[in-house]
Design a binder for this molecule. Structure first.
Ligand SMILES: Nc1ncnc2c1ncn2[C@@H]1O[C@H](COP(=O)(O)OP(=O)(O)O)[C@@H](O)[C@H]1O
Ligand SMILES: [Mg+2]
Length: 314
């Protein structure tokens, strides 16, 4: 990542006076970039990571939609503001990575903290507002439309069915006792996937990655960040993140003010829940199978995977 100052100059005409690594998320590295008095947030996806193509493939499709929302919906100020390159693109790249630049949000990530009543109300309003928009918006949404395919499922199947004997020993030992459960989960997801493809479900814009590490509190408002997962999908894709939360009963009445007729479709909810579970399992497996990791990092990934596997029937 030594090339970042050059990259910032070349693509954004920024003279970086300081570049500080930040606590990143799960998928990307993060830096706070100072240029004179301005501060920016740089998200860097390393090309060496197996998950990068998945997270970066749709940048050119989803960022313009967030920009449209920022300009035309009640979400202004509640979304991160992307900084375009000099040619008007929303990403740039070099040999090592793919980069997105945002205005820096001065605020605190919610993370482990419990949401306050006010934050719950703000969050519910954000999601309700987002779900008002769908394919009628004047920005192309075809690329982000849910088709209920589960792209990682074939790879997961191969790793489980055919290649279990060739898996690295630590991974094999961890996964073998849970093999049947994971396969059943995959069967259910596959069945639901086939069934939902044939249903005519209402779709709206959904964030699909709603958790407190993607929420920041500024001195004015709650900001929902990390829009990589933006989809045109049944609203269960978002609501699944709330149904088990202790604050769900406070969330719903506010959401219902905007969507009085909403009702959760149990099949769709189950599809999203199970798919997320499988996806988390697969992402940890993918790291263990394909990413270059230090011993410590590998041990952590094994721990995370172990927790996911033990929770399957939870
Ligand atoms: N524009 C921003 N300004 C300041 N901090 C940010 C900004 N965007 C994200 N962050 C911080 O960086 C963390 C990771 O960013 P996020 O976009 O969620 O990346 P990931 O896709 O890796 O999860 C967030 O939890 C938040 O603390
Ligand atoms: Mg995140």
């Amino acid at each position: 990542m030594d090339n970042i100052p050059n990259l910032l100059k070349e693509h954004y005409d920024l003279d970086a006076t300081n570049i500080l690594p930040q606590r990143g998320g799960w998928a990307a590295l993060a830096f706070k970039v100072y240029s004179g008095k301005q501060a920016f947030f740089l998200k860097a996806y390393e090309k060496s990571r197996a998950s990068t193509p998945k997270w970066t493939a749709l940048i050119d499709q989803y960022v313009p939609i967030t920009v449209w929302l920022m300009q035309h919906s009640g979400l202004k100020g509640k979304l991160p503001v992307p900084v375009p390159t000099q040619t008007g693109a929303y990403k740039c790249e070099d040999d090592e990575g793919i980069y997105l630049l945002y205005e820096y949000i001065e605020g605190e990530t919610i993370g482990e903290k419990a949401l306050t009543a006010r934050q719950i109300a703000e969050l519910s309003n954000i999601i309700a507002e987002l779900h008002l928009y769908g394919e009628e918006i004047p920005v192309e949404t075809t690329a982000i439309k849910e088709d209920f395919t589960v792209p990682f499922l074939p790879q997961l199947r191969v790793a489980l069915d055919r290649e279990v004997c060739t898996l690295p020993r630590d991974l094999k030992e961890l996964i073998t006792p849970h093999l049947k459960q994971v396969e059943e989960l995959a069967d259910t997801v596959e069945k639901l996937s086939a069934e939902l493809k044939n249903r005519n479900l209402r779709m709206a814009l959904c964030h699909t990655d709603l958790h407190p590490w993607n929420l920041m509190q500024t001195d004015r408002e709650l900001v929902l960040i990390d829009w990589e997962g933006l989809k045109l999908a049944p609203v269960e894709a978002d609501l699944m993140s709330f149904v088990d939360e202790p604050y769900y009963d406070d969330f719903v009445p506010i959401y219902r003010q905007v969507h009085p007729d909403f009702a959760i479709n149990p099949d769709v909810l189950q599809f999203y829940r199970y798919r997320r579970k499988l996806e988390d399992i697969w992402e940890f497996m993918e790291q263990l199978l394909f990413d270059r990791q230090e011993a410590q990092e590998r041990a952590e990934t094994l721990n995370h995977l172990s927790r996911e596997l033990n929770e399957i029937r939870g």
